[in-house]
Write a protein that binds this ligand. Structure first.
Ligand SMILES: [Zn+2]
Length: 270
């Protein structure tokens, strides 16, 4: 999982300027400072840039399109109160220093300094996520849509808190025994684990990212697999079955969206 620093001054100024512009001095109140009042397309651009076009949760490639969604680390749900906010603050100083409850800020009768920012529109509270459609025709399987408003630690603001086993399993480093906190993201689906397993196997070879990304047809898929993956040729082996399932061009194109894991496994597990 990627870590983001949330230190883009242009993004911080963007939301500060918006909030200051919504203060009504005669009425001593803010008007229209909700998520639907600000142009969020700017957030999408800021987030994609700082995330290198990678989904905050599953690490697949994402682009500046409607398939990319803006995820609130602390959800906008009605039941979020200061007690719930504190749960997130306990995991992240970035949140503790920059976020305040939306309604507390909105209802203040004096103009507020920023930070902290109201959590619905705080740049520090927003990351870019895929829409959870791992394969084009299927339902929303993971990430933002899978999580909904469930509590999940702010992993993207907690460096090295998430790691992966060589079989592709994702786990929360600080709580290896009890992994319930990662479950809402649904990132240990067999399909995602298998994708990461293949990248682990490629990471052990000398293949380059360019060689993998340049594959254009099923003949080349078979060639690059035969050249680089030292797998028991029996189709009954676990790896053999996994690899076989990615030999079609459409599944291969799904696989390569997760190229983040080539470098991950080369850096971490070999
Ligand atoms: Zn994702």
């Amino acid at each position: 999982m990627i870590t983001v620093n949330k230190d883009n001054q242009a993004a911080i100024d963007y939301v500060s300027n918006f909030i200051n512009g919504q203060w009504q001095p005669e009425a001593n109140r803010y008007i229209n400072i909700g998520y639907n009042d600000i142009d969020v397309s700017a957030y999408r651009t800021y987030c994609l840039e700082e995330q290198n076009n990678i989904c905050c949760y599953c690490c697949r490639q994402i682009d500046n399109s409607r398939n990319t969604e803006l995820e609130h680390i602390i959800p906008r749900a009605q039941n979020i109160d200061n007690t719930e906010l504190q749960r997130y603050f306990d995991y992240s100083n970035i949140l503790a220093q920059n976020i305040v409850l939306q309604r507390s800020f909105r209802d203040s009768a004096t103009q507020q300094a920023t930070p902290p920012f109201p959590h619905h529109i705080a740049y520090h509270n927003i990351v870019a996520s895929c829409n959870g459609r791992i394969i084009d025709t299927s339902e929303y399987l993971c990430c933002n849509r899978s999580r909904g408003n469930d509590f999940v630690p702010p992993f993207n603001l907690m460096p090295n808190s998430i790691a992966y086993l060589n079989d592709g399993t994702l786990y929360y480093v600080n709580d290896e025994i009890d992994n319930r906190l990662i479950n809402p993201l649904n990132l240990n689906k067999d399909l995602l684990k298998n994708i990461r397993r293949i990248w682990f196997l490629f990471a052990k070879s000398d293949v380059t990212e360019d060689e993998i990304m340049n594959v254009t047809n099923e003949t080349e898929i078979r060639e690059i697999i035969a050249l680089n993956l030292d797998v028991n040729p029996s189709k009954l082996s676990k790896d053999g079955k996994i690899i076989d399932s990615f030999k079609t061009l459409s599944n291969w194109q799904t696989l390569i969206k997760y190229k983040y894991f080539l470098n991950y496994f080369r850096t971490n597990n070999n």
